[in-house]
Design a protein around this ligand. Structure first.
Ligand code: ZN
Length: 181
């Protein structure tokens, strides 16, 4: 008899938890908005529903950029990318960082000491840390810390899965340079 009551209690608790979890999944999450006054390069803005983001991103990209996840250290090849080029937001292709400000932080995450332009991203307080987001689509990118190298002293600690790297076309750059002379 005692066991029956215990079983009933466990069954009720399980059913209740599942129901609550279902409610949680069904509740549309509010769109994240940048702080008032935030600008972006060319005033660009990309907003999509949760379902739209899910359909264009891989699970890993979605977890990090839309759910503020963190990839395992050393899991991204971009940590060891040293060719000249541009790092863009994986969600909206907003240019975020140049290889010129990339440095080896030995943390296992791609690290930069400055964004490519100041308004490419914005920051938000995140507990004791400072979160970094894409100014165009609000993607969570990583965090910024005050222990970076000169000249800024900042360390933008990024999730490689939130970035896409485009190698610079050095021949084209050289041709453009030559054409100017
Ligand atoms: Zn973006």
């Amino acid at each position: 008899m005692k066991h029956n009551k215990l079983f009933l209690l466990v069954a009720l608790l399980t059913a209740g938890s599942l129901w609550l979890y279902g409610r949680f999944l069904a509740t549309p999450r509010p769109q994240r908005k940048p702080p008032v006054g935030t600008t972006s390069p060319d005033g660009r803005r990309v907003e999509k529903s949760d379902a739209e983001w899910r359909s264009i991103l891989s699970n890993a990209q979605y977890d990090v950029t839309r759910e503020r996840g963190t990839e395992w250290p050393n899991s991204s090849e971009l940590t060891y990318e040293h060719r000249p080029g541009i790092y863009r937001c994986v969600c909206c292709h907003n240019p975020l960082f140049s290889s010129l400000t990339k440095f080896d932080s030995r943390t296992g995450w791609p690290s930069f000491y400055a964004p490519i332009v100041q308004n490419a991203l914005y920051t938000e307080p995140d507990g004791g840390r400072t979160e970094v987001r894409c100014a165009v689509c609000d993607a969570h990118l990583g965090h910024v810390f005050n222990d970076g190298p000169d000249p800024t002293g900042l360390r933008y600690c990024m999730n490689g899965v939130a970035l896409v790297f485009t190698q610079a076309d050095m021949k084209r750059a050289a041709r453009n340079e030559a054409a100017k002379k």
